[in-house]
Write a protein that binds this ligand. Sequence first.
Ligand SMILES: NC(=O)c1ccc[n+]([C@@H]2O[C@H](COP(=O)([O-])OP(=O)(O)OC[C@H]3O[C@@H](n4cnc5c(N)ncnc54)[C@H](OP(=O)(O)O)[C@@H]3O)[C@@H](O)[C@H]2O)c1
Length: 337
Amino acid sequence: MAADMIKAMRIHSHGGPEVLTWEDIEIAPPGPGEARVRHTAIALNFSDINIRRGGFYQKDPLPMPLIPGNEAAGVVTSVGEGVTAVNPGDRVGYVGVGFGFFAKTGAYAQERNVPTERLAHLPDGISDVQAAAVMLKGLTASNIVNRIYRPAPGDHVLIHAAASGVGLILTQWCKYFGAVVIGTVGKDSKAAIARAHGAAHTILYRQMDFVSEVKAIVPQGVRAVLDGVGKDTFEKSMDCTAPFGTLVNYGNASGHVPPIDIMQLSLKGTLSMWRPGVSHFLGDPTRFKELCGELFDLVEMGVLKTVAARTYPLHEARQAHIDAEQAAFAGPVVLLP
Ligand SMILES: NC(=O)c1ccc[n+]([C@@H]2O[C@H](COP(=O)([O-])OP(=O)(O)OC[C@H]3O[C@@H](n4cnc5c(N)ncnc54)[C@H](OP(=O)(O)O)[C@@H]3O)[C@@H](O)[C@H]2O)c1
């Protein structure tokens, strides 16, 4: 079978949003164990920005040119040799195409060949845009609340950037377990959204000292801090945490957390600290599908409400990156091919 021509956003070097270019590329037929997926909705994740900027935590330079993106939903159009798990016409979604998650990008394209073990079938009750908006962000939240720190009823939990894509899902999931969520947000409009999704308290952390604000709400400190902001928030968060509390840094929207002297964990109250990566959590393909099933069930039950994703045409991914870098809007962003 001959290669097909499709359109994709590519980068030829690291840099600002301007390095994203809309190009014609060749795509080979699906190989053994692969399916060709015609994308209908592609997630923008903050890691796409980190990959584009360069200096993300890969040991080796990424081969150029590269197509960013790790997550999409779509329809199977053809399958390679030996494939029985999916059929043409199936609605599917994926998060990464195998280990080396951030090195194996390629979702910012009209079509892509994906190993079928990495594809999850989408239920009828979940739209393609909803799936692209919720999978990686929801599985990141799932990793935290199911494996690292499960809130007990009444626990106070501090969630930084509570109106972000991951933050909104964490807020709802912690509330579902009975936690009292304190959410930091960059502006008033985001505070309203965080509260509408279950935050009991919100703090404008760019304008106020969030440590004293948290202590005013819960003088003994919170049981856990869930932090996707990183550099600007993580160290100070130790001062918000109750003895034996848990700090989870899952992202670096403001930059990498500086090195921390491990003695601080003792001095600040015998704290524990985690830095999860979703790709380890999703390494086993069977587990990935089970976790997608659990996530989709919670969305269909209305426990996790997906705020309407902000959508951009895929060829306008540059603008989507600019808006995400400026933290302009709350919630998830989806690119439409
Ligand atoms: N560990 C993992 O496996 C994993 C998985 C998924 C995501 N992540 C990471 O989690 C973080 C959040 O992801 P997301 O999808 O929720 O991102 P997002 O929706 O783009 O939100 C990021 C939020 O961070 C806040 N922020 C603070 N300083 C910022 C800065 N200098 N530039 C941009 N935003 C800044 C902003 O909220 P305010 O305006 O409220 O301050 C912004 O809306 C990212 O670092 C992402 O890479 C990690």
